[in-house]
Design a binder for this molecule. Structure first.
Ligand code: F6R
Length: 243
């Protein structure tokens, strides 16, 4: 694993935006695997801001998002569809048809998971997969105990994950109980992975990432088995790792 330690969140965001930009400008038909949540927000803000100053072409780019809440449609303000549109897609003029996120309203969820996995295999795998990390080590919404062989599936969100995400909703009861997520095997298909971690609240998870052998009780540990992972971590999130 390559490790880039940054002074702060702003520098982390700048560096990950640079990696994405390099893929977008350097590849003929780049496929980007994207995450939602607080951590990649600074990255997306930078990509959006750069478009206003020195725009680059995104028409040849495809995106595959990691996950979506079950029960939230595109129009729901807390859906990951809405997040991606507001924070990134509306600013980079990527054709909507090139952007892919699981359908949280699919009536047949199993069929939706199969469709999504086939999509990953047909247009992907991502040349670059951006990941955040949960306090419990989840990647995507693959909670502790998820099989390393898992493909796209429906997951019951851990109480701690629902609690952590309640900040986006008006009350914690509104946080959906389930999500559709790319599986760990799906994520591991990516050619390159950039894992982002910022702030003191992620320090324990980052410490475990370095301490633990790959094990399903700590999903992010699987990344130690991938040949091309770059961790971009700020000093606060790196503080418990022995140096
Ligand atoms: C989001 C996702 C999650 C988040 C993780 C960290 O699409 O798949 O794994 O990356 O929960 O979330 P933040 O960045 O909000 O701390």
């Amino acid at each position: 694993m390559n490790v880039i330690i940054t002074e702060d969140y702003d520098t982390l965001s700048e560096q990950s935006a640079d990696i994405i930009t390099n893929h977008v400008t350097g590849l003929e038909a780049p496929v980007l695997g994207l995450a939602t949540g607080s951590t990649p927000l600074g990255t997306y803000n930078r990509l959006a801001a750069r478009q206003a100053i020195a725009p680059i072409d995104y028409r040849h780019v495809s995106t595959i998002n990691l996950d979506e809440y079950v029960g939230l449609g595109k129009a729901h303000p807390q859906s990951y569809h809405a997040f991606m549109k507001e924070k990134l897609f509306d600013h980079i003029e990527i054709p909507e048809a090139n952007t892919h996120i699981p359908d949280g309203l699919a009536e047949n969820r199993q069929a939706e998971c199969e469709r999504y996995e086939q999509l990953i295999d047909s247009i992907g795998p991502p040349d670059l997969q951006v990941l955040g990390i949960g306090h419990n080590g989840h990647i995507g919404f693959n909670e502790p105990g998820t099989s390393f062989q898992s493909e796209t599936h429906v997951v019951n969100l851990a109480p701690s994950t629902r609690e952590a995400n309640a900040r986006f909703f008006s009350s914690s009861e509104e946080v959906p109980c389930q999500a559709i997520t790319m599986g760990i095997k799906s994520i591991m298909k990516s050619r390159k992975i950039v894992l982002l971690a910022s702030g003191q609240s992620k320090a324990k998870a980052i410490e475990r990432l370095f301490q633990e052998e790959p094990n399903e009780a700590f999903p992010a540990s699987v990344l130690n088995q991938h040949p091309n992972v770059t961790l971009i971590v700020d000093q606060e999130a790196y503080q418990l790792v022995e140096q």
